[in-house]
Design a binder for this molecule. Structure first.
Ligand code: PEP
Ligand code: MG
Length: 564
């Protein structure tokens, strides 16, 4: 096992850029505490356990304060778990009965875990957070590394089997130079987060397991390659390529357009007003996807009307007159469970169950109150409000949503195309939808039958897959025939080479995490519309992902010069 100097580990680049530094592995597993007793007296052993619980709570709170926002809420809830008085009593009792501190903690948490797991869908989703708290306390007591992102004063490349959103939420981009993971695809949450932090990331498959702590790694998140103990020349070449990309990105400004002036508005994906500064700094011309569920997550009930109107209004007011702000109505269910909107029953496969618009059709009053809050926010705003529904499947869905939207006073009502049935039926949906926005993350998941969160399926979680490109092209064609705008707001739009291909298929706007905007703008400005069309037709002719990328690079030589 291990790696040798110059070993090249091929993988999938999921976040662009180049990082170079020593590897540090994420400690994930904590050994099972032994069942034997302890030396010394029970009081001292119990104190040791309770001190470890308190120290863990303090550490979690401190990490939360550093992270802020949603991560802080998750981490504060975890700190409360570590300080739970009933758990502390149970640990003390178990130590009194002869269990060593680590064993007593593991057993007390196991009881709590069973309670949580059987307390309904929403609480069950907290089990992973509870397990993480237990592992942190047990690791402290056993003197083994605390699981999670290692603490280091010097910069390093983080290597892990996989990264949970909670691991990535508190990463400090000043010390983490890049990620290499075994699992995860371009649409996994950790990849999305890596891109939003601007950290290069490669999913290297099983090769990632061979990397040991301290090995020097050169990570090229654009090319999807990791080199172990690289030569100076390899580092120089990769760094020069990255510098060229950064210079191109820094030099790009103004509205998005191809080299020959074909306009493609470049919009930002946001989760709420907190994302506006980055969107504006990176030159977003509007918002292509406002994921409103972030306003609703981790709450006992829906936010009130005033709170909603204010959040929507803040976003609309951030952009000049005439800009587009596309708001997505609540996308609850599957990977975004909401406490107050539980699924109708046990779902064997939540991604194929009641989620998105399907959930709203069961709670039309919730949709109507969101739509009317949106209409109120848009009243008098200069930016143009567009509202769309997630997980629309057929023309009936589209018509139902458009009718609700119009009843509430929304002028522009569209649909997300995330389900292959919607892509193939786009001409029928166009009868009631004013616009389309292709959600390539879910479209890829459903087209390739590969859960976007599952590990080991990276090859199928790639929007360059021929079937996904066909579905996008079919949607764009149907939209053009019906004279409807057709944007892309999935992660595919953030890939500069693919962005040009998308424009070539007839896509009219591109929306992405703000940090991706400059390089996509630069790539687009280096290709003519004809070249984009040629790249799209060559990519659509290719039998697989690699061939499609190669064909696109050939057709887009000005873009490929940037090492994309
Ligand atoms: C998508 O599915 O591509 C999309 C943009 O929606 P989300 O990632 O929020 O599911
Ligand atoms: Mg989606």
């Amino acid at each position: 096992m291990g790696t040798s100097a110059g070993d090249v580990l091929e993988g999938t680049g999921v976040s662009p850029g180049v990082g170079h530094g020593p590897a540090l592995r994420l400690a994930r597993s904590v050994p099972e505490p032994p069942t034997g007793g302890y030396e010394g007296d029970a009081g001292a052993e119990a104190d040791r356990a309770l001190e470890a619980m308190e120290a863990t709570a303090q550490d979690l709170s401190a990490r939360g304060e550093r992270a802020g926002g949603q991560a802080q809420e998750v981490l504060s809830a975890q700190a409360l778990m570590a300080r739970d008085p009933a758990l502390a009593d149970d640990v003390r009792r178990r130590v009194g009965e002869g269990a060593a501190a680590a064993r007593a903690v593991a057993d007390a948490f196991a009881v709590y875990r069973d309670m949580l797991a059987s307390a309904g869908e929403y609480m069950a989703a907290r089990v992973a957070d509870l397990d993480d708290v237990r592992d942190r306390i047990v690791a402290r007591l056993m003197g083994v590394p605390v699981p999670g992102v290692p603490e280091s004063d010097t910069p390093f490349v983080l290597v892990a089997a996989d990264l949970a959103p909670a691991d990535t939420a508190t990463l400090d981009p000043a010390t983490v130079l890049a990620f290499v993971t075994r699992e995860g695809g371009p649409t996994s949450h950790s990849a999305i987060l890596a891109r939003s932090l601007g950290l290069p990331a490669v999913v290297a498959g099983e090769a990632a397991d061979r990397i040991t702590d301290g090995t020097e790694l050169l990570v090229d998140g654009t090319g999807g390659v990791v080199v172990a103990d690289p030569t100076g020349e390899q580092v120089e070449r990769a760094t020069a390529r990255q510098a060229a990309r950064e210079a191109a990105a820094a030099g790009s400004s103004g509205p998005g357009s191809t080299a020959d002036g074909h306009r493609v508005p470049l919009l930002a994906n946001i989760g709420g007003p907190k994302d506006l500064p980055a969107a504006l700094e990176n030159g977003a011309e509007g918002v292509g996807l406002y994921r409103t569920e972030f306003l609703f997550l981790d709450r006992g009930e829906a936010p009130g009307r005033e709170e909603q109107v204010e959040a929507y209004r803040t976003v609309l007011d951030a952009f000049p007159a005439g800009s587009k702000v596309v708001v997505r109505t609540l996308d609850a269910g599957a990977d975004k469970p909401l406490a107050f909107l539980p699924p109708p029953g046990e779902e064997p496969n939540p991604a194929l169950g009641v989620r998105g618009l399907r959930m709203m059709r069961r709670h039309p009053e919730m949709l109507s109150s969101q739509l009317s809050a949106l209409a109120e926010a848009a009243d008098g705003a200069q930016a143009v409000l567009n509202v769309m529904a997630p997980m629309v499947t057929d023309a009936e869905d589209a018509a139902w949503f458009a009718e609700r939207a119009r009843e509430s006073g929304i002028e522009h009502a569209g649909v997300m195309v995330e389900v292959p049935a919607a892509a193939l039926g786009a001409r029928h949906l166009a009868r009631s939808a004013d616009f389309f926005s292709i959600g390539t993350n879910d479209l890829t998941q459903y087209a390739c039958a590969a859960d976007r969160e599952a590990g080991g399926l990276g090859r199928f979680q790639d929007p360059w897959q021929p079937a996904v490109l066909e579905l996008i092209a079919a949607t764009a064609r149907a939209a053009a025939a019906a004279d409807r705008p057709c944007g892309v707001c999935g992660e595919a739009a953030a890939d500069p080479l693919l962005a040009c291909v998308l424009v070539g298929t007839g896509v009219t706007t591109l929306s992405m995490g703000a940090s991706a905007l400059p390089l996509v703008r630069a790539a687009l400005s280096r290709a003519t519309l004809e070249e984009c069309k040629a790249a799209a037709s060559a990519a659509l002719d290719a039998p697989g992902v690699d061939e499609a990328k190669r064909a696109a690079r050939e057709a887009l030589s000005g873009v490929a010069e940037l090492g994309l």
